[in-house]
Design a protein around this ligand. Structure first.
Ligand SMILES: *Cc1c(COP(=O)(O)O)cnc(C)c1O
Length: 491
């Protein structure tokens, strides 16, 4: 492809994308097609052609396939999971990053990109009140960021028997233990499994009624394990749980970790950036007490996927977990950071650019406002649900509201086992119907054993009108399903 063709195709593509972004609110959130239908549209079984095809045709078809058969997490009525709308400047940033294509594994291979990554990491750290001069790096997402914190903790705890060389089962190795509440995201199982500790190394600490980790139980578990000769390796505190946005008692957990000399890691993939919100839970002011914090720029910094970030108290704790110095690398550039030493990746893409651009485009105040707006929209939704006669509001945490549909003729029998399990089933069916409809997209949570609908707003495109429309949509679909079930039982 020569420069002239690249220019023409690029302009045409950007024009189409501008229209796509502009018309997003008028499209359905998703199509509800089945895998078989999507495969048929794609002609998925077709073999790779031997001869090439014109780039213009390929790009036209790709735009068509993707804009007609996708779920749009940037849609104003996408309230599912925790997936953000992409900041347009981040979209352009990714284009620029891939054109320059620096390998941000080593400073010499990416002089400016490495420095931009360092600056973006520092800005994130300062924005959420972690440290002025901490360290950290970009990874693919929250799972990987948490893994990096986990491995840093493993290296620190296993220093005595050289865990990196001898392994977790090496001679003289005690059992390493990890402490987390049941509300912790599943990354912790994956990390315990893949690191060789095994998921049984995790001590599941109970939670209180508000689903926050019980610190008395944590203290007791650490003491018991230590008395048995095990080594407490890591305590995970969650800053914004994935189900309900709960923030663990991070101040107290930090104090316990300091006293017991255990690594304190905060999973703030979703909620750490809510520390910028004036009404944030007080425990979000405790992030600076953590040894490491995972945060997801592809959530509340609205970076296009993928961008996760791990913050650590200094670069050495990461080097001690990840650095090797093989003969075939010669990277010593007088103070430049070689990111290959700070994490598991070797070649590294320039994820930082889209985040660095978006941070400056909005500014710190812009982010404070956008995050506060999302939380206000969730609170508005919670109030609207609470006021609706056929919906029960359940929890509100950061920008996540949970609720369920309760038909009027069932309301008198709430709390009985049969009614509760009927409502679980009804709300699950409601979720399935709603997700396929394309009208609005919510996800689910199970709270105290009950199946709930869950709306999470991490979306620069959602307006008050979008939120105000949701209760009636949910109730309408709920009534349809409930009526159909009653007809079936009468028949
Ligand atoms: C989203 C999330 C994760 C996982 O992050 P990914 O970016 O999906 O890998 C982990 N923990 C919490 C609390 C999250 O919200």
């Amino acid at each position: 492809m020569d420069a002239a063709e690249f220019r023409a195709l690029g302009h045409a593509l950007v024009d189409r994308l501008a229209t796509f972004l502009e018309t997003l609110p008028s499209r359905p959130v998703t199509t509800g097609e089945t895998p078989a239908e999507v495969r048929a549209v794609l002609d998925a079984d077709r073999a790779l052609p031997d001869t090439g095809a014109p780039a213009a045709d390929l790009l036209t078809r790709a735009v068509e396939l993707l804009t007609e058969h996708s779920l749009f997490n940037g849609h104003p009525r996408f309230f599912g999971y925790i997936t953000a709308s992409p900041a347009p400047i981040g979209v352009l940033g990714d284009l620029l990053a891939s054109a320059v294509n620096p390998n941000v594994g080593a400073w010499r291979l990416s002089p400016m990109a490495s420095e931009i990554e360092g600056q973006a990491v520092r800005w994130i750290s300062q924005l959420l009140g972690y440290r002025e001069h901490g360290s950290g790096l970009f990874v693919s997402g929250g799972n990987m960021a948490n893994f990096v914190g986990f491995y840093a903790a493993r290296a620190a705890a296993g220093d005595a028997w050289r865990v990196r060389e001898a392994g977790v089962g090496g001679p003289g190795a005690p059992r390493l233990r990890v402490y987390a509440s049941a509300e912790t995201h599943t990354w912790v199982q994956k990390a315990a499994d893949l690191s060789g500790l095994g998921t049984e190394a995790i001590r599941w600490i109970p939670t209180d009624d508000a689903l926050r980790l019980e610190t008395r139980a944590l203290r007791h578990a650490i003491e018991t394990d230590r008395a048995a000769g095990d080594v407490p390796m890591l305590v995970v505190g969650t800053a914004g749980s994935v189900s309900t946005g709960v923030v663990d008692p991070l101040h107290e957990i930090a104090a316990i970790c300091r006293e017991a000399d255990v690594w304190f890691h905060v999973d703030g993939a979703y909620g750490a950036l809510a520390a910028t919100w004036p009404d944030a839970p007080a425990d979000l002011r405790a992030l600076h007490l953590a040894d490491s914090v995972a945060v997801d720029p592809h959530k509340w910094l609205y970076a296009p996927l993928e961008a996760g970030c791990l913050l650590a108290r200094d670069a050495d704790v990461l080097r001690r977990a990840f650095a090797y110095h093989p003969a075939y690398y010669h990277f010593d550039d007088g103070g430049g950071t070689n990111y290959v030493d700070l994490g598991p990746q070797n070649s590294r893409g320039f994820r930082a650019l889209k985040v660095w651009l978006a941070l400056q485009h909005a500014g710190a105040d812009g982010y404070r406002r956008m995050i506060a707006d999302d939380c206000a929209l969730a609170a508005r939704l919670f109030a609207a649900v609470d006021a609706h006669p056929d919906l029960d509001a359940r929890t509100l945490g950061l920008s996540i509201a949970t609720f369920r549909f309760v038909p009027p003729d069932v309301r008198g029998r709430l709390g009985t086992a049969a009614t509760e399990s009927y409502l679980d089933e009804l709300n699950e069916a409601l979720l399935e119907r709603l997700q396929r409809s394309g009208e609005a997209f919510v996800s689910n949570a199970v709270v105290h054993g009950r199946y709930l609908l869950r709306a999470c707003i991490v979306n620069i495109n959602t307006t008050e009108a979008d939120v105000d429309a949701l209760p009636a949509i949910v109730a309408r679909v709920g009534h349809e399903l409930h009526a159909a079930r009653r007809r079936d039982t009468r028949r």
